[in-house]
Design a protein around this ligand. Sequence first.
Ligand SMILES: Cc1cc2nc3c(=O)[nH]c(=O)nc-3n(C[C@H](O)[C@H](O)[C@H](O)COP(=O)(O)OP(=O)(O)OC[C@H]3O[C@@H](n4cnc5c(N)ncnc54)[C@H](O)[C@@H]3O)c2cc1C
Length: 557
Amino acid sequence: MAVAPPRATHATHAVTNQAEPLEDYNVFEADRPLVEAVSREGGDFAVDTIRAVGAIAGRRDTIELGRQANENPPNLRTHDRFGNRVDEVEFHPSWHELMDVHVSHGLHALPWRRPEPGAHVARAAAFMCLSQAEAGTGCPISMTYSVIPALRKQPEIAAVWEPRFTSLDYDRRLVPAADKAGALSGMAMTEKQGGSDVRANTTAAVALNGGGPGAEYELTGHKWFCSAPMCDAFLVLAQAEGGLSCFLLPRFTPDGERNRFHIQRLKDKLGNRSNASSEVEFRGAWAQMVGEEGRGVQTIIEMVNHTRLDCTTGSASGMRAGVAQAIWHTDHRAAFGKTLADQPLMQNVLADLAVESEAATVSALWLARQFDEAHAGDERSALIRRLATPVLKYWTCKRAPSHAVEALECFGGNGYVEESGMPRLFRESPLSSIWEGSGNVQALDVLRAMVKSPAATETFFGELEAGRGSEPRLDAKIDALRAELGDVEGIESRARRLVERMALTLQASLLIRFGDDAVADAFCATRLDGDWGNAFGTLPGGVDCARIVERHRPQVG
Ligand SMILES: Cc1cc2nc3c(=O)[nH]c(=O)nc-3n(C[C@H](O)[C@H](O)[C@H](O)COP(=O)(O)OP(=O)(O)OC[C@H]3O[C@@H](n4cnc5c(N)ncnc54)[C@H](O)[C@@H]3O)c2cc1C
């Protein structure tokens, strides 16, 4: 009897060897360097808030909100059906849900609502957690957090607006701020003819009745970038009679009319697509002067310093997301008979990414502590903050894109596909380096700060010296840095090189004192001693890659 041929099962689509998504975990608790840094830098008093935000950030539905918000970018409605200007931006419901999480947990206001030691640290940590689920919402949240110290330069205006900006109620309506449960702030400095060079601003401010700090003005001009234009008010730079000055420009005038703040169009951006970034025109828009006339930059810089801190923590957050995703994926995927994460070369890549991420986290949270102490009146921290903010903003943000692309590659082809979330991480990664002062501008700001304040330079070196004695590679770098700073010939052209070295020496000093031994050792061998290649995954022999990866492995469940 003939034997029947085996029946074809057509089972060609068995899904095997594909990683599960990294979700339903606590983004904070799973991040050992961050947990340690929060405790070390004084943020423990708010650890319950950070933990709660970490739990939300890792939930499947929050991650899904982040996807939806980016795949359904905002739309501009300039006019209503009758032809009246409305200047409204419509967001997908997911945007509003995410904004509600930010605001209800005080990520826009924690240090102003609870001005305790460690408040900026705690806020930075929570911000780092939620940014991993979605980064675009961080823009209005960061600007609202940052506006308060600038606004306080005009106490009577701060008395009206600070309670609105620090409310825990997210009120999405475009109605007069006085009628809202809570308000948000944006910032508009950049013009077509001058972004970095704000002295080239031409927006004109005309006093309505006398003028001066706190007085009313009408602003006429154009801003080339104005992100989150659905905010309730904006800090704006404009030329008054006495020079470039800072103004608070609300969406509604005091008599309840829509202000002459006209959104021209939304930018079609590389990333950050959930967030709206617009071009706006002020056609005699009502505003009030904040701070002294002619000292607009000195006023708004208080805001910019805080958003620069967020650029640093935001980039550290992106790196942590990349490391967590890369380790998770390679833990759940095998090739050539072995789990990817256990293959020696992949371990080297993961460990190298983890070293970079830990350096970024440790230094960002340390910087947040300098903000805490400076606000509490500590002179030394104020000096350190002046220099360390542009140093770390420059370097941490510069590292983010190459870090993101390498984390993406750990996924192989899956990393190039939108569903993995890695393309979004990659597209987001160059942004923090551009806004709030691009790379060159940061590097030049460091030079300016050192020239203006030798005390800031000495305090900065004091922080480096605190790590001296236990690691010869650090000691040598501190000496070399001093020598290099002593050579002022052509220093402007060498500014990036110098600032990079300042950042690396600072990160090494912090890691040696506060970080994990294996991480500090790998950092010194590569970033200080040059025993490193031109790509991630080139850690030298002798580095304990397995231990570093284990430290950074996201624990789920
Ligand atoms: C998505 C997005 C959102 C934004 N949102 C806002 C916002 O809400 N509000 C706002 O005010 N702005 C916003 N900006 C603008 C941003 O802050 C500016 O783009 C940035 O400050 C650079 O200014 P610029 O674009 O005019 O470039 P430029 O000033 O023309 O600079 C171009 C390049 O030249 C370099 N450069 C400048 N000066 C020097 C120098 N002296 N020596 C060497 N190199 C130099 C810069 O580093 C940069 O690389 C946003 C930008 C982006 C991309």
